[in-house]
Design a protein around this ligand. Structure first.
Ligand SMILES: NC(=O)c1ccc[n+]([C@@H]2O[C@H](COP(=O)([O-])OP(=O)(O)OC[C@H]3O[C@@H](n4cnc5c(N)ncnc54)[C@H](OP(=O)(O)O)[C@@H]3O)[C@@H](O)[C@H]2O)c1
Length: 286
């Protein structure tokens, strides 16, 4: 940390259990792939923790377990500060397969529990089977909460009808200025039921950063386009946002996005450039 780094706490939101988590966390897709050195990735995650972004999202899929390995190193010695999210692949999500996958993740993460364990996307295994496994894992103390990812409104409807399905703690979905489809139905549906959304690829993996409207708004604030994209999501205060950043300057910028207050004029300009949906848009995925 440097003296310029923000020190105020990251705002939090309540999960259905009442437990709170920071609204700004850190993603890890593409970590552990060898694109940057492992030391840099670990350092970036640890800097993020120092800055209060203590929710870390990973998955057994990322780098074939390599990202969980990076996370293990980043949280070593400070596990209790961290709210750890990981995911089971749909092809592993049978009753026994989920439990085995979770145990493998726990070994890679070098911890005794995952705070929130998600079904990465819907596959062929009946949801009821995955839910039974999640329940067993909760009872065994190996996971604290479970949730889903890439579930559209009809999948959510089906899920909450199942035994225990209403316990779902989050739905992690693609949501950013260029992917606003969920605002039409999925986001209001989840809000009504107090199931918080976790927004992945919040800066569209960098592809939106050249947008002229985004750049104009950023310039008005002396901020970057990435910060405006994050501030636009974070202003809602009931959505968790998990940008991935392996560079320390990106980590710092992302944390500082919490302090960027978008004006009504900014929001109107962003709305014109990235219109809200006026009809149902099937959930997009990356
Ligand atoms: N459930 C799912 O199916 C699913 C799908 C996709 C993603 N996710 C989760 O969501 C996380 C975030 O999504 P994502 O990784 O796809 O995309 P993202 O967070 O939108 O973008 C990550 C990319 O943006 C760069 N970046 C980060 N902060 C920046 C900044 N301030 N200025 C400029 N560039 C910046 C990063 O560079 P550097 O790394 O070089 O700093 C990286 O290349 C993932 O890591 C993963 O944990 C989940």
């Amino acid at each position: 940390m440097t003296r310029q780094d923000p020190v105020g706490p990251v705002p939090r939101l309540a999960l259905p259990s009442g437990e709170t988590v920071p609204i700004l966390g850190q993603g890890t897709w593409m970590m552990g792939e060898g694109t940057r050195t492992r030391r840099e990735e670990v350092a970036a995650l640890r800097l993020g923790l120092d800055l209060g972004m203590t929710l870390i999202d990973t998955a057994e899929m990322y780098a074939g377990g390599g990202a969980e390995d990076v996370v293990a190193e980043a949280v070593a010695g400070r596990r209790d500060e961290v709210f750890l999210v990981s995911k089971v692949l749909p092809q592993n999500a049978s009753r026994q397969g989920t439990i085995a996958a979770c145990e493998r993740s726990l070994r890679r993460l070098r911890t005794d529990r995952i705070d929130l364990y998600l079904l990465h996307w819907r596959g062929r295994v009946p949801l009821a089977e995955t839910l039974e496994a999640f329940d067993q894992l909760v009872r065994a103390g190996k996971i604290r909460y479970w949730g889903v990812s890439n579930f559209d409104t009809d999948d959510m409807e089906e899920l909450v009808q199942l035994a225990g399905g209403a316990q779902v703690a989050t739905n992690q979905v693609l949501y950013n200025l260029t992917r606003r489809g969920i605002e039409f139905d999925l986001l209001p549906w989840c809000r009504e039921r107090r199931i918080p959304i976790m927004a992945y690829s919040p800066i569209e993996q960098g592809r939106m950063l050249g947008n002229p409207a985004l750049r104009r708004v950023a310039e008005r604030h002396g901020a970057t386009a990435a910060q405006v994209a994050l501030a636009w999501l974070l202003r809602q205060r009931d959505v968790m946002v998990i940008p991935k950043a392996a560079r320390p300057e990106h980590v710092r910028e992302n944390r500082a996005a919490l302090d960027l207050q978008l004006t009504a004029e900014d929001l109107a300009e962003l709305n014109r450039a990235f219109p809200a949906p006026t009809r149902k848009v099937p959930l997009e995925v990356l």
